[in-house]
Write a protein that binds this ligand. Sequence first.
Ligand SMILES: [Zn+2]
Ligand SMILES: [Zn+2]
Ligand SMILES: [Zn+2]
Length: 236
Amino acid sequence: MLYGKMQVVEQEFKKQLCDLLQKKVAVERAVCEQVMGCFLATEEHVTVDELHGLLRARNIAVDRTVVKAALDLFSDVGFAQDFRLQGEAAHRYEHFHPQTHHDHFICIACRKISEFSDAGLEAAQSAAMARQGFKPLFHKLEVYGVCPRCLGQEKKRLPLTHVPEGSTARVAAIESGVRLKKRLTDLGFIAGEPLTVIKNVAFGPVVVEVRGARFAIGHGEAQKIFIHSEYTAEKR
Ligand SMILES: [Zn+2]
Ligand SMILES: [Zn+2]
Ligand SMILES: [Zn+2]
């Protein structure tokens, strides 16, 4: 049976991966297999530290450098695929299945990474590339925004981090400690004051214009500035 044969090939491939990893780092065979098993068991898009955490949760003692070496190796040989989210320093790794392409949407509120595939969208992309005379090899589509669950928690106001670039909105409140609140108030972040979002890229700082001046607000601080969500309010 083809499936049985595939499994044998996979087992052989896994053995080869362990051989390669053992050439790169000092690691016991059993630990190598556990690292691979743990990676295969998760459907998440993990960083080195996250996979290291999953291994620790299973009481598997392994050095972080081994986890990193393993994920980089998996990625090099096409067992995993690595990518980096906008505004994040750490690489993320997921299983690689060349036959089943998917794209991602990423919630900037809870950081959940979801997968989607849309035949219509793929066909439109291919057609657009063909019109340009461009032959694509691969592509990645990442859509950053707010997931339905997080969106459900927003009522008449939302954090500044959730406002798309180019929008103009009004400050509702600042929910932070006294010092940050004073600093922001001094800059003009006062309830009712209009502001324009100039740049907002996922987990990076948010650049806003208030009273004709531009400020880059750190992502964490921007989460504490709440604005009236006119466009959200319109839908409800
Ligand atoms: Zn795609
Ligand atoms: Zn979310
Ligand atoms: Zn994925």
